[in-house]
Design a protein around this ligand. Structure first.
Ligand SMILES: [Zn+2]
Length: 340
């Protein structure tokens, strides 16, 4: 397992030191507990050697209590938005040219300003974007979105790459408060980040004769960061894209329905940690064969916490966009929440 871990990850640590003036001390104690805590700060750097995704963890930042200051205001903002166009989708949203797909807990619309040739919205029946948290609801959403993708594929058989995303609340990029997911299909090849992962996993397999997704799970599981939920393997990533990233990993050949329990488990953990803004994305093989090797590509969902809506500072800066992710949350605390 150690050999597997060192094949997949490079881990190093360093200590950052500083010398604060006495005038700052009360403020430092209030924020970080003690002056000593900031004098020497341990930073752990983890790099996934296959994907070259990396994170810098600062123990000190992780120790700060998570307190969602904006929770009350957020509840008010959500409630005040009742009556928005998504509350009456038949008249408030456009339909796709192939019509609307109706599920039990939601129905589809066409996105008014499209990312791609086919770009739909799955409008949840329930307004509250934080209400979609049980397996029946999430399963139904995934099924309805997949039916939309199949209808889009029928309309344009060349657009065989399907992507599903969920921007829950404005802090996570959602421009409409009402609960919704979005779906796109695209042509030519999968979106660059999905295609890159497919190629990186194949290259890893070619040089090590090991399955990237299996190894990724094994290392996280052995570290105590993973739980199983239905058929899905769920873990708090040690190279998170941003705070509290959780991967819900299916088995090759599964469809996203196998991820529903894991997604629900993650959402429950997020709620218990005070997360009120999250993104989710599904990484899936194409809807129809494209001639490339997707056999070992494990379908999976990635979920990430986007922070406190009351915080006016963006959670993403130049460091995240161009270098590596800076992380305050501890994956081991996220794993604890996944287990309860
Ligand atoms: Zn609404």
């Amino acid at each position: 397992m150690r050999a597997t871990a060192s094949r997949l990850f490079q881990v190093s640590s360093t200590v950052g030191r500083l010398d604060p003036p006495v005038e700052m001390e009360p403020w430092i104690v209030k924020l970080f507990g003690s002056v000593q805590a900031v004098r020497e700060q341990r930073i752990i750097r983890v790099t996934d050697l296959v994907t070259l995704q990396g994170a810098l963890f600062n123990e000190l930042r992780a120790r700060r209590p998570m307190e969602v200051k904006g929770a009350d205001e957020m509840r008010r903002t959500i409630d005040e938005a009742v009556g928005d166009p998504f509350c009456k989708p038949a008249t408030g949203t456009p339909a796709d040219t192939f019509g609307r797909i109706h599920g039990v807990h939601g129905s589809t619309a066409a996105n008014i300003a499209k990312y791609d040739g086919y770009h739909g919205v799955l409008v949840f029946e329930v307004h509250d974007p934080l209400a979609a948290t049980d397996v029946a609801m999430i399963s139904d959403h995934l099924t309805t979105a997949r039916r939309w993708a199949n209808a889009a594929l029928e309309a344009d058989p060349g657009a065989r790459y399907y992507f599903l995303m969920w921007n829950a609340t404005w802090r996570a990029g959602g421009s409409v408060i009402h609960g919704h997911m979005q779906m796109t299909t695209t042509r030519g090849m999968h979106y660059p980040k999905v295609e890159a992962l497919r190629r990186q996993a194949l290259a890893y397999q070619a040089r090590s004769e090991r399955d990237y997704f299996d190894d990724l799970w094994s290392v996280h599981e052995k570290l105590g960061l993973g739980v199983e939920a239905g058929r899905a393997r769920v873990f708090a990533s040690i190279t998170p894209i941003k705070e509290r990233e959780v991967i819900v990993l299916g088995r090759p050949g599964d469809d996203e329905g196998a991820l529903a329990e894991g997604i629900v488990r993650t959402l429950a953990a997020y709620r218990s940690l005070g997360v009120v803004a999250h993104n989710m994305a599904l990484y899936l093989p194409p809807l129809a064969p494209d001639g490339d090797d997707w056999r070992r590509f494990a379908p999976h969902a990635r979920l990430v916490d986007r922070g406190d809506p009351a915080n006016r500072t963006s959670d993403i800066g130049a460091m995240e966009l161009y270098a590596a992710s800076v992380i305050a949350s501890d994956p081991f605390r996220v794993a604890d929440a996944l287990r309860t």
